[in-house]
Design a protein around this ligand. Structure first.
Ligand code: BDR
Ligand code: CA
Length: 313
């Protein structure tokens, strides 16, 4: 069993990933923590509550960061052209959802839940890394108490999707990501190198709707805006970024990884670029040698992941 805290900015592909975690028999979802990104923090939290209500998810929702790790850092605006004005494909989410939010800020929720379950919690982070960096700042000892950190973000051997160098989740808060990558806990990064290979077609999405009941109908409806955007980039389908990170938790055998230290470029033309120094790369001694070795996903069995998503949801 995997005890998971899902750190998210719903977000259309975040919603699919949440439904995956909720339905998978080997996942025990301990909590949902929200972060700004695909929309403002108020909107991503409202969306998490909406999905919790519609999909009858027991896990608490704790609201997290509404701005970058370093206050007032310049970052990109929410991508309304991908996720809609409401972050969920303009399906008309009510302004207010009558459900309580956990009283703790997300980073306190993370620290307390990790301390209550030493060695057991997997953090799955599919938005900006701000809440994780704030949790590390609050309690650096959690590095030895977390089972692993699985991240959707970054682009190692391919271009980014916000700039040629940077992927959205990392570009949105590069300093936070650098803190998370260089901390001494086990990190797996599921980036654009593999997520862009994982394209769900319209007919695969319709199959999920037809087989998955009311919950899958909502997922189908909220995905329509997002799939229209992606169809301008990939033929007949949408990239299911965040579900790939969730798939890694239960089926790491569907991925090929490379180990090495990682850093994030903070500032300048390549702001938010992720760089890995592979462990087997022969330089002379350098600062990179004193960093923990983390895993970057470099290949994926995309058909296998799409089938896993289908069968789970
Ligand atoms: C990531 O950015 C967000 O738009 C998606 O939800 C995903 O987490 C992809 O670059
Ligand atoms: Ca996301």
């Amino acid at each position: 069993m995997h005890k998971v805290i899902f750190d998210t900015d719903p977000g259309v592909d975040d919603a699919m990933a949440l439904l995956f975690l909720h339905h998978h028999a080997e996942i025990d979802l301990l909590g949902i923590t929200t972060v700004f990104g695909n929309a403002t923090i108020e909107t991503t939290t409202r969306n998490a509550l909406f999905l919790k209500r519609e999909w009858k998810i027991d896990a608490p929702v704790a609201q997290g960061a509404g701005e970058t790790f370093i206050p007032h850092r310049i970052t990109h605006e929410p991508p309304k052209f991908i996720h809609g004005d409401d972050g969920l494909g303009n399906i008309g989410v009510p302004d207010v959802i009558d459900l309580p939010v956990d009283p703790r800020p997300a980073h306190h929720f993370i620290v307390e839940t990790v301390r209550a379950n030493p060695g057991e919690v997997t953090l799955v982070a599919v938005g900006r890394m701000t809440n994780l960096a704030n949790a590390l700042k609050e309690d650096p000892e959690i590095v030895s108490l977390v089972r692993q950190v699985v991240i959707m973000g970054g682009a190692f051997d391919v271009n980014g999707n916000v700039t040629p160098a940077a992927e959205a989740n990392i570009h949105g808060d590069p300093e936070a990501a650098d803190v998370v990558f260089t901390a001494s806990w086990p990190v797996v990064v599921v980036g654009l190198d593999v997520t862009t290979k994982t394209v769900m077609t319209r007919s695969q999405l319709a199959e999920i709707r037809d087989a998955g009941g009311k919950r899958a109908e909502l997922l189908f409806d909220l995905s329509q805006f997002y799939i229209k955007f992606y169809e301008t980039r990939v033929p007949d389908g949408m990239v299911v970024h965040d579900s790939c990170a969730c798939a890694y938790v239960v089926r790491p055998d569907l991925f090929r990884t490379r180990t090495g230290s990682m850093r994030v470029v903070c500032g300048g033309l390549a702001d938010g670029q992720t760089i890995q120094k592979p462990d087997d790369m022969g330089f002379g001694p350098s600062d990179w040698d004193n960093l923990p070795s983390q895993r970057a996903c470099v290949d994926i069995d995309a058909e296998g992941v799409l089938k896993l998503i289908h069968d789970t949801i």
